[in-house]
Design a protein around this ligand. Sequence first.
Ligand SMILES: Nc1nc2c(ncn2[C@@H]2O[C@H](COP(=O)(O)OP(=O)(O)OP(=O)(O)O)[C@@H](O)[C@H]2O)c(=O)[nH]1
Ligand SMILES: [Mg+2]
Length: 241
Amino acid sequence: MNDCIVIIPTYNEIENIESIIRSVLSQHKPFHILIVDDNSPDHTADRVRLLQTEFGGRLFLENREKKSGLGTAYVHGFKWALSNGYDFVFEMDADFSHNPNDLEKLYDACHFGNADLAIGSRYVTGVNVVNWPLNRVLMSYFASVYVRLITGMKIHDATAGFICYKREVLENIDLNKIRFVGYAFQIEMKYRTFCKKFNIVEVPIIFTDRTKGESKMSNSIIVEAVFGVISLRLKKLVNSL
Ligand SMILES: Nc1nc2c(ncn2[C@@H]2O[C@H](COP(=O)(O)OP(=O)(O)OP(=O)(O)O)[C@@H](O)[C@H]2O)c(=O)[nH]1
Ligand SMILES: [Mg+2]
């Protein structure tokens, strides 16, 4: 039994799925992978099944019937990871924005360092983002400033989705209460972790824009994040988070 599982949610990632799986599974540390696919019309899941014959025991697939958002895909993955006994649970995108070579840095921060939750952070040492249009960099950067102001969390990259959780964090958060699906989900997980007084550490990484496949970013994801942060703060104030 390995102690580390990397959860990768996928929707139409046929152009990335094989290379991201091979890249994670060729790391020095023997990570396991759970793909949570939402019945991608491009048959991403079929490619995963094919690869399972090569990587049996290290590559797992959970299939959901329809596209239901990144947040619920991760919650599904977290529950699966906890019930399968993993001690370190990772979030990572399929599109190579997160470099698999950085997984071990996040693990080290949790296993050898004092992190309960380690964030692969773009903004801890300046702005480490490659190939994003300026408007997206600005939006993402100021989103973190906004989150800091409203929540009081001292985090430079609040919407980051490259994460390592110690299992105790996920065990102590009521996963059935997680409501958000997009960037707000990433903020919500960090805020719930912060409210439970777990230690959050940012590890600098370089984030690169996807070169293959299509973005699933939408305006509704941005609106959810803007109002979601206020709603989280209010809930905390009235003790119903
Ligand atoms: N299972 C599942 N995965 C999703 C869903 N939406 C996005 N994803 C996956 O979540 C990860 C992040 O989504 P992206 O589209 O890359 O979002 P982003 O990183 O904010 O935007 P870009 O990098 O600009 O494309 C990718 O691996 C997607 O395939 C969804 O509804 N269900
Ligand atoms: Mg992406």
